[in-house]
Design a protein around this ligand. Structure first.
Ligand code: UDP
Ligand code: MG
Length: 328
């Protein structure tokens, strides 16, 4: 999964900031303004890793025009839109820092918190999770569905996902090496980033609304993401289907015995079209549901065995920092 075309020297760069971008040409200006003022406070050597996730606007052109004085940057162009999860995977594979920070381009994750995150990392934490206290600019329905998702996910999954912690977080080199070594194609990042464990800490923050542009997610995509998360980190749904089957099987035995008994004692004639229909439809529904579930897992096995790459890098552009002009 490593696509680097130059020598990696991890000891050189201290902090990597990974920024996935999909049609973010409008955000870049304000992003760089705020990032630059943060980066100028950091004394360590930093690099920015931009991933152009198949943008159709001028994102790539703007990225190539960037000239930074406080840090170096690399830009990775994916061959098409692979989705945020794949874009982040590309960034993680390419980043060289000892501490790696994932940041959204739309400034919903305030870059001003980066020094605080680095401080926690220096204090010995391998993972710094950023928990959203408030989710400004999001509808109640989005917040409600997010809350439901975390509940369901953590009930189902064996490796819990911290609630209201997005992709904005800091991970140490050690953790990233483990994540990069994970072979799965299905990159549900919230799960993958939490899975290795290690010493963690959490910082709370207020999540701002998107600065400019529009969200790249719709509810269809979010449901898909939730489904990915649950089915790629747990097989509890399958076990639930089994339990459902066992329960229904047992109760139908009891019910059958009751019908036989009733006929023997009261000699009642056959009746009950309605109850039969209800049971029939219920069972058909459950069966289809279980079949669909098996299909979800089978589909995932299918995608995994194909062993296709998670993303394709079309172009990499690497820029050393421009030295400050020294006046005599
Ligand atoms: N993004 C991406 N590929 C996609 C969708 C989104 O790289 O297919 C990036 C996007 O440019 C942004 C980040 O992922 O930097 C978060 O996206 P967005 O703000 O649209 O999501 P939301 O904050 O609404 O969850
Ligand atoms: Mg956003």
């Amino acid at each position: 999964m490593h696509h680097s075309n130059y020598d990696k020297n991890p000891s050189e760069i201290c902090v990597s900031i990974i920024i996935p971008m999909f049609n973010e040409s409008k955000s870049l200006d304000v992003l760089m303004t705020r990032l630059n003022s943060v980066l100028s406070q950091i004394n360590d050597r930093c690099e920015l890793v931009f991933i152009d996730d198949g943008s159709t606007d001028e994102t790539w052109a703007l990225l190539q025009q960037l000239r930074l004085s406080d840090c170096e940057h690399q830009c990775i162009k994916l061959s098409r839109n692979f989705g945020k999860e794949a874009a982040m995977s590309a960034g993680l594979a390419q980043a060289r820092g000892l501490a790696i920070i994932l940041l959204d381009a739309d400034l919903q994750d305030p870059p001003e918190l980066i020094p605080q995150m680095l401080q926690a990392w220096r204090a010995g934490y391998e993972v710094v999770n950023m928990r959203r206290k408030k989710r400004l600019g999001e509808t109640w329905f989005k917040r409600f569905s997010a809350a439901c998702f975390y509940r369901l996910m953590n009930w189902m999954s064996d490796s819990p996902v911290p609630e209201n912690v997005g992709d904005f977080r800091l991970l140490s080199r050690q953790v990233i090496d483990h994540i990069n070594a994970m072979p799965e194609r299905n990159r549900f990042m919230k799960g993958i980033l939490s899975w290795p464990g290690f010493t963690q800490t959490t910082i709370e923050f207020d999540r701002d609304p998107r600065s400019v542009g529009e969200t790249k997610w719709n509810y269809g995509k979010l449901v898909g993401l939730a489904m990915d998360g649950i089915t790629s980190f747990s097989f509890k749904p399958l076990r639930l289907a089994t339990w459902f089957g066992v329960t229904i099987g047992l109760s139908s035995l009891v019910y059958g015995a009751w019908i036989v008994l009733k006929t023997l004692v009261y000699g009642e004639a056959v009746a009950g079209y309605a109850s039969m229909m209800a049971v029939q439809l219920f069972l058909a529904g459950i069966q289809l549901l279980a079949l669909g579930l098996i299909g979800e897992y089978l589909g995932r096995v299918f995608m995994e065995v194909k062993q296709r790459p998670v993303f394709i890098v079309e172009d990499v552009y690497h820029q050393q920092s421009i030295p400050h002009t020294v006046f005599p």
